[in-house]
Design a protein around this ligand. Structure first.
Ligand SMILES: [Ca+2]
Ligand SMILES: [Ca+2]
Length: 77
């Protein structure tokens, strides 16, 4: 089941990478959402949620990863 969700997220990530605007959560404008920015935007979100959303495990969330996390229901839109 997790594998299917990951694949769907990957497909959506590609889709959203083309169409999504700049992430509102990226407050310093460096093109990625850090854990600090993530928790500022979603005070109830845990580091585990951040890790789950960081599908390439580079320590930050790209716009595509944010879009995928929203679509997967990890975080509210
Ligand atoms: Ca940032
Ligand atoms: Ca990432």
């Amino acid at each position: 089941m997790k594998t299917i969700v990951t694949k769907i997220a990957a497909i959506l990530a590609v889709t959203f990478a083309v169409t999504s605007p700049a992430a509102a959560q990226d407050t310093d404008g460096d093109g990625a959402v850090s854990l600090e920015e993530f928790q500022a935007a979603y005070p109830d979100a845990t580091a585990e949620t951040f890790t789950a959303a960081d599908t390439d495990a580079d320590g930050v969330l790209s716009e595509a990863e944010m879009a995928a996390a929203i679509d997967a229901g990890l975080i509210p839109s």
